[in-house]
Design a protein around this ligand. Structure first.
Ligand code: 3HC
Ligand code: NAI
Length: 709
């Protein structure tokens, strides 16, 4: 058989009676336009060619198929109208009805449409390192090419519901145990050779059975109510997770083709939903933020082999763990023996907790701890490729530390500050090498939170930025580049958001109602509970430092300052907005609302509904985000979204604050902000960029695309 190609996306060759269909659509062999057609063409030729007895479907570059081309979904959803199918099912019918065994040879990832394609094959054989899964719900979708119908026929209904509703891939060994793959090769064994051998020895020796005809595992009916509750707990408010379970449940009661049609209907409903648009925006956004204008493959970056951290408090300890977890040796310097021991004890406790929960072994804990060197002096700091300062938030102290570092660190070493608000330029001015000074703003707990805000100063070199962006990836973080403004991206926006939450209480909303409304919107926690968690004293100290910048006559919230004056700093003191028991479980403290009424007698009280609570808090975020974008402190609106989703508990299925505003419609957001301006004055002056885009009928997303061109 000659080589056939569909624009070289799918190549057909033959190996002594066994056809090999190779998909070559880099980087991930997605089912982009041309690929499904290429597979269908190849199958038609195999079916008609008497010399071919079986076929292998394999992906080039050691990757099977990462799924449907997600970019196409964006186009379909944006095109308007309503299609009733994405058309993949027809190709999969061609495979399963080929009349000759087709074997999927899986390396890398078989995800979404990739696994669905593999399941339409008659057998699946996997490299030991392969992963398979139905991650569509993470994009606000359900499997749309038979995944909810064929997977339960291989694994049973319960496991299929879990895989489709949670979206986590499984490794080859688990896939074999679950019945998804028929054979796993030994490590190092050649996949194509193994698949060809399997075709000759097994597939050709057995009768041909299509996955759709395997009904035995459908007999056992799980408790779907419990599965739905588990999915609702894990993926709060995520429609796709529930719809995926609906479709899997249907597999147990409907004939295959009817189940497929039902799945297709649910899939298309999900595809046209705002949740899916938002999650697809986040998927591409998490990759987009790594792209920094001016940085490309030729930009130098240093490999971080040795790290050092100053301060072993809440953040320094967590940052040290990040390095150790990534296998990078790290020195941790403290100011006193007592603080050092306290910091190390917290690290040990954290690791021991993970071991007791079975997250990793004692051996892993010991290895990680051995990578952390606690010390009181600067020994070995001259070898560090990066030093991250995480001492108290105070400019004079930070400058003193950077002066010391400047004298010790080797040339080219990155000198980073974990400051939440202070100017990187002013910190850099304490050194003779501002090009090496940068902000690396981790989020608490640093070893858990996925976000790293990389803050560029006026003189920070591209090499330093490139190194820190890549370091973030190595530490398992999503790095977002921010400009050097007060609070950078995240905390600058968080100020107005939390200001409005306090104002709402001062105007008569209950503490619980404010938090409940934002929690129900999808935030991981309400804004007042978040304050209690982070420590109300943090903002209190910052407000005192910047009090001289506040414009006289402009309203400021006072409740948190008053609570702090009473020693109520939040969880750490057992009381803040709420009171906390020994297990840090929160209870409403009715006294707080009574105090707020006393402190704010001049503020008229009224009934405040949930919609106003949500709009006030979220549009305060959006308005400040628009300023940050226009002033160039964020590269694109999606960068702001990624900061909020990964660092502030903003629900990914809402797309982040800027995408949320785009989905609501900027004209509506602008009108509401004007309304608030009329009621509350200049704190609500609409950001000029918002006004402009609303008047043009445009979006933050479109503005960012234009600006980056
Ligand atoms: N469609 C389009 N582009 C994709 C893609 C897909 N399915 N998967 C990855 N890409 C793109 C990425 O955007 C990135 O592009 P860029 O270089 O321009 O930024 C590039 O491919 C490389 O991706 P990663 O950086 O993520 O590469 P990794 O090697 O780190 O990870 C992966 C590979 C694990 C496959 C990861 O890309 C991934 O999880 N992809 C998405 C998988 C998925 O969700 N599949 C389901 C799709 S929906 C579906 O199939 C519906 C069906 O039921 C009908
Ligand atoms: P922390 O108070 O828990 O820890 C600071 C530590 O620095 C203390 O242990 C102190 O002994 C030590 N220290 C002070 N001076 C020192 C010196 N000269 N040499 C060595 N160690 C010294 O403070 P936290 O919360 O860890 O904050 C550190 C920095 O991180 C601050 O700039 C803060 O704004 C920032 N940050 C804090 C977050 C949080 O949620 N706590 C989140 C993100 C950033």
């Amino acid at each position: 058989m000659s080589t056939l190609s569909t624009q070289d996306l799918v190549v057909l060759t033959q190996n002594d009676g066994i056809a090999v269909i190779t998909i070559q659509n880099p980087p991930v062999n997605a089912l982009s336009p041309g690929v499904p057609e290429g597979i269908a063409n190849a199958i038609a030729r195999i079916r008609d060619d008497a010399s071919v007895r079986a076929a292998i479907l394999i992906g080039a570059n050691n990757r099977f198929i990462a799924g449907a081309d997600i970019r196409e979904f964006g186009k379909i959803a944006a095109a308007g109208g309503k299609r009733d199918s994405i058309g993949l099912n027809e190709v999969l019918h061609t495979i399963e009805n080929c009349g000759k065994p087709v074997i999927a040879a899986i390396d890398g990832h078989a995800l979404g449409g990739g696994l669905e394609t593999a399941m339409a094959c008659h057998y699946r054989i996997a490299a030991s390192t392969a992963h398979v899964g139905q991650p569509e719900c993470k994009l606000g979708l359900i499997p749309g090419a038979g995944g909810t119908q064929r997977l339960p026929r291989l694994t049973g209904l319960a496991k299929a519901a879990e895989l489709c509703a949670f979206g986590d891939p499984v490794n080859a060994a688990t896939a074999f145990e679950l019945g998804i793959v028929d054979r796993v090769l030994a490590p190092g064994e050649d996949l194509l050779a193994g698949a060809i051998a399997f075709a000759r020895e097994t597939a050709l020796a057995l009768p041909l059975v299509r996955t759709r005809d395997k009904d035995a595992k459908l007999a056992e009916k799980p408790d779907f109510t419990a599965l739905r509750e588990a999915a609702a707990k894990r993926s709060r408010n995520l429609n796709a997770a529930q719809r995926a379970i609906d479709a899997v449940e249907a597999a147990g009661v409907m004939p295959f083709d009817e189940g497929l049609a039902y799945e297709q209907k649910l899939f298309m409903d999900c595809l046209y939903s705002d949740q899916s648009k938002a999650l697809i925006h986040i998927f591409f956004g998490e990759r987009e933020v790594a792209k920094v204008p001016g940085i490309d493959k030729t930009t130098p970056s240093f490999t971080i082999q040795n790290a050092a951290v100053i301060g072993a408090g809440t953040m320094g300890g967590g940052i040290a763990m990040c390095f150790a977890n990534a296998g990078i040796p790290v020195r941790v310097k403290e100011a006193s023996e007592q603080a050092l021991e306290r910091g190390m004890a917290a690290i040990r406790k954290n690791y021991a907790n993970s071991v007791s929960k079975g997250r990793f072994s004692q051996e892993t804990m010991d290895k990680r701890l051995a990578l952390i060197t606690p010390q009181l002096g600067y020994d070995g700091f001259d070898q560090a490729d990066i030093v991250i300062e995480a001492v108290f938030e105070g400019m004079e102290l930070k400058k003193e530390v950077f002066r010391e570092l400047d004298a010790i660190a080797k040339p080219g070493a990155i000198l980073a500050s974990n400051t939440s608000t202070l100017s990187i330029d002013e910190i850099a001015s304490a050194t003779s090498r501002p090009e090496s000074v940068i902000g690396t703003h981790f989020f608490s707990p640093a070893n858990v939170m996925k976000l790293l805000e990389v803050v560029r100063g006026a003189s920070t070199s591209l090499a330093a930025i490139n190194t820190c962006m890549q370091l973030g990836k190595k530490l398992g973080k999503v790095s977002v580049l921010a400009g050097n403004c007060f609070g950078f991206i995240g905390n600058r926006m968080f100020g107005p958001y939390r200001r409005e939450a306090q104002f709402l209480v001062e105007e008569g909303a209950s503490v619980a109602a404010v938090d409940r409304a934002l929690y129900d919107f999808g935030m991981a926690m309400g804004p007042l509970a978040t304050g209690d968690l982070a420590g109300l004293d943090v903002g209190w100290r910052i407000r005192k430092e910047i009090a001289h910048l506040q414009k006289p006559g402009v309203r400021q919230p006072i409740a948190e300052d008053k609570l702090c004056e009473m020693g109520r700093f939040g969880q750490k003191t057992g009381a803040g907005w709420y009171v906390y028991d020994a297990q840090r479980k929160a209870s409403v403290d009715p006294q707080v609302e009574a105090w707020v009424r006393e402190w704010t007698t001049e503020v008229p009280k009224r009934e405040i509904g949930e919609e106003e609570i949500v709009d006030r808090c979220l549009y305060a975020l959006v308005n400040e985000g628009a300023r940050i974008l226009e002033e160039g402190f964020a590269l694109r609106s999606v960068d702001i979204d990624i900061v909020y989703v990964n660092g502030y508990g903003f629900p990914a299925y809402r797309g982040g604050p800027m995408e949320y505003a785009d989905l609501v419609g900027l004209d509506k957001v602008y009108a509401r902000i004007k309304e608030f301006e009329g009621q509350h004055g200049e704190l609500w002056t609409p950001a000029p960029l918002l006004v402009k885009l609303a008047e043009e009928g445009s979006t933050f997303g479109a503005y960012s695309k234009r600006a980056s061109r």
